[in-house]
Structure formats: structure tokens, C-alpha cells
Design a protein around this ligand. Sequence first.
Ligand code: ADP
Ligand code: MG
Length: 256
Amino acid sequence: MEIVIDNVSKTFIDSKNIKVPALENINFSIKEHEFVVLVGPSGCGKSTLLNIVSGLMSPSEGSVYFEGIDKKQPDLGIVFQDIALLPWRTVYQNVVYGLQEKKFSKQQQKEIGQKYIDMVGLTGFENTYPKELSGGMKQRAGIARALAIEPDLLLMDEPFSALDAQTRTLMQEELVTIWNRTKLSTLYVTHNIQEAVFLADRVIVLSRHPGKLKSIIDIDLPKVGRNEPQFNNKFEAYVEEIWQLIRHDAKKALKE
Ligand SMILES: Nc1ncnc2c1ncn2[C@@H]1O[C@H](COP(=O)(O)OP(=O)(O)O)[C@@H](O)[C@H]1O
Ligand SMILES: [Mg+2]
């Protein structure tokens, strides 16, 4: 299976009826089991591209297709920055929501739901309501919900950017552990370069106004343990390489 982003462009019409080109001729693909990170400064079209890949938004030109898939509609797991957990449902009820929609049996829901609740470290919080959870725990529940449907593609849009720095670092580490167990094809959006280098098999760097593909960088580091001292130099070299690609755009983004 491969997810192909084929020459995607998107132009918005703003409130003054002016065309805002958000994305221009974006081409890349996500291979099976690949973790691809989209990185770029605020306003470069990352969320727009993720929304197009998810089918929530249609492109102005080009298309997205899933190659080598033997079902009508791919299953997608989506995690946003603001996790939309249903407040009247417990953690468990939120996590199995997608399975209920797919008419999985109660027994299957229980097995699969518990598996992913355990995987994200929420064991014991099955019957807790979202309002009683910390920000990090809400994200865990949101991730478990996205994983539970065992999606063909996992889409994540800045899932940890509202968390404090320590929680964020822990969640990044746990995401690598989870990915190592599920090996899900993933498209992950962030404006944080360190995070991109920590998580990605490949980093797609976007420029802004309009969002164009600036560079694709393979991260040649082991998936687990990238923060160990022996990889420091190589890790920082990737961070620097990407920063040089986006610093000009990032400065401009600050002024707007
Ligand atoms: N619904 C919309 N209508 C008009 N312009 C939009 C809309 N959504 C996004 N944009 C514009 O498209 C550009 C890319 O936005 P977005 O994809 O949210 O960027 P990012 O996620 O990288 O910060 C921005 O200039 C933004 O203002
Ligand atoms: Mg965004």
C-alpha cells in the first residue's frame, strides 16, 4: 500500500474575495509503515494538506489516492491538537467509538479497546470522563481512539503542541514506542523541527505563500533511541539543515 499525494494545489477565497494560494503542486507519497512528518512555519499549509489527505477538504487541483488497497474507503485515524473527545463518554466509550460505528461485537470492542488503552498508558482510567483528565491524558485517549480502528493511515496535526515541554517530550517518546508496535503508516504535522527529526523516517519541508514542497529529507537514524548521546551530532545536523531551509519563511511568519 502507498498513499500518493499527486500534484495537490489548494486556493482559498478569503472574505474580500481574494484568492489565497495555500498549496501549490505538492507531490510525495507515504509508503506502508512509513512515518512522514510535514514541517514548516505557521501558515505554510500543513493543516490544509492534512485535511486534504484525510478527505475532510477537497483539493483545488490534483488528488490523493491509496494505491494497493483492497477496500472502497481507507480507514483513517485522526488526532488533532484539540482532541475532540465526547465529554459525555468515558475514556473507554470514547476509544471504542469507531469500533461501535463499524459494528464490531461487544467482545471485540472490549478486547481491542483495552489493548489500545493499555498501549497508551491509560490502564485504570477506562471509566474516567474527559473533564477529569490532564491535557496529556486527553491526547493519550485521542491517540487510543485513532489507533483502535487499526487505520490504514494515521494522521496527526500538532497533537502535542498544547502540552507543557516535559509532557510533550514524554509523549513523543511514547509515540515512538507505540509506532514500533503498530508500524502504522503515518502523516504527522508539526512546526517543531526537533520533534520532526525525533519522529520521522522522512521529513517533508514546506515553504509558505504558497505552500510548496521545499525539500524531502530522509532521517538516517535508528527509530528508537535518537535522543541518546551518540546520535547527538547527527541529530543536531538534521535540525540545523531543516532550520536553514525554513528560517527565512519563519521570520516572515512572525511578522504577520
Ligand atoms: N478556510 C480557509 N479560508 C481561507 N484561507 C485559509 C483557510 N484555511 C487556511 N487558510 C489559509 O491558508 C494558509 C495555510 O493555512 P494552514 O494550512 O492552516 O497552515 P499551517 O497549518 O501550516 O499553519 C494560511 O495562509 C491560511 O490563512
Ligand atoms: Mg496548522
